[in-house]
Design a protein around this ligand. Sequence first.
Ligand code: NAD
Length: 502
Amino acid sequence: MSVLDENIAKLSSYLAGFRDTGIQNRIGGEDCAGSGGVFQSISPVDRSVICDVARGDETDVDAAAQAAAWAFPAWRDLPATQRRKILIDVAGAIEARAEEIAFCECWDTGQTLRFMSKAALRGAENFRYFADQVVQARDGQHLKSPTLMNITTRVPIGPVGVITPWNTPFMLSTWKIAPALAAGCTVVHKPAEDSPLTARLLVEIAEGAGLPPGVLNTVNGFGHDAGKRLTRHKAIKAIAFVGESRTGSIITRQGADTLKRMHLELGGKNPVIVFDDADLDRALDAVIFMIYSINGERCTSSSRLLVQDTIREEFEARLVERVNNIKVGHPLDPATEVGPLVTEEHFNKVMSYFDIAREDGATVAAGGQTVGDTGYFVRPTLFTNADNSMRIAQEEIFGPVLTSIPFSTEEEALEMANDTAYGLTGYVWTNDLTRALRFTDRLEAGMIWVNSENVRHLPTPFGGVKASGIGRDGGDWSFDFYMEQKHIGFATGQHKIMRLGA
Ligand code: NAD
């Protein structure tokens, strides 16, 4: 039996529960059917139905918001050390079921085991990291003035909504939910309709590890009904959203009437800039990794390669050879590097750019085709002879598709790098230190790596500028979002109070 066959057999056992009962909403610690009926979760590997999923609508979101509001005071007031212990237990329980989470994620989203085997562990790490901050989360400052002793403190904002997309959904959900819970907030989670499996596992695991009922509630469903209601609900004090830039502006409008605090992590069209003095072997590995790993369905992917014209020909030739060698296949085959795209709609979107590239005059130097006819597979693709004004250089394709654009001077590279609506990440490859300092200072991006691919360090701020988002995650920035800052001034003596009407 091959490893793939063994993995498929294991998958079948992991999916049995989902097949038997479908996915229910989880509200106040109870399984609940969706008031909107059911929808189906489809695997992108072979287009088969995985299971029915409860379709939550306004009624279910109202019930979940009520459950979160009911659970909030006790969770807020739980001694920090107890909250910390529960979150650490959740991390341990995630690790214990890491394989199941990874297999379900692969089948539900088309992500490969090569990358998803670590996604559950990253999720556990998110819980552990924020659990360790719990004890200090409420601490503030002492700011003495001549007449007052001023102190600051932070308190959890209240029940919050977390709305997540379908790309690496387990890891992304934990990245939002773990700091919210650590801060003392309760949560209503609306996972993406295209990837509901691991959100269900998360709430099940968390409750099993001791998270009290109602502290985390999961309502499945679509953005335009369940999602919309969550962003408008009065009891929900903030929305942590990850998804498309267009959706980010829609939900900002939806949240306006209730003055909802919003944290938006949105799309990107991130540049990787390769200068001719860089370590080109490492740059090549990083360029390939940052667009073709995770099926290119990654907000931080470097989907625009800006390469200096002096090295362009050789660099692109080496790229073509490597890209043509990338193994596309079954996500549960450990050898697979790129799996199928998440849905038929997304597959059609990515494929449409193969024609757009040709119509706009670019060259399809690698890929540009689909693979097989059972699932949503495309060949890793490279466009060359492109310029920065083309749609393939401006629009987020969100697949394993790279657009290569030449530049001659540093000024030109900077101008092209910044000439985009987005500003999530940037990657700079050069061995000239002063150039790196100069360039990164003027590069419009929330996160920049020099001579490195994206290596996430949880204490650092994560987020974008321009159309890539508002707000930051990571370290204490997460607590700033999920908590309210308070100032309290205590008179230290009998200072003069102005007397009116005396
Ligand atoms: P999407 O915006 O279509 O959906 C994201 C979530 O929003 C889903 O749960 C969806 O149901 C919900 N939603 C949709 N309309 C809504 C509405 N009107 N009200 C409330 N909720 C609504 O995004 P997607 O296609 O699932 O995900 C891909 C996008 O996410 C890409 O643009 C990618 O760059 C972005 N992303 C960004 C980051 C980041 O950290 N910046 C991380 C991952 C993904």
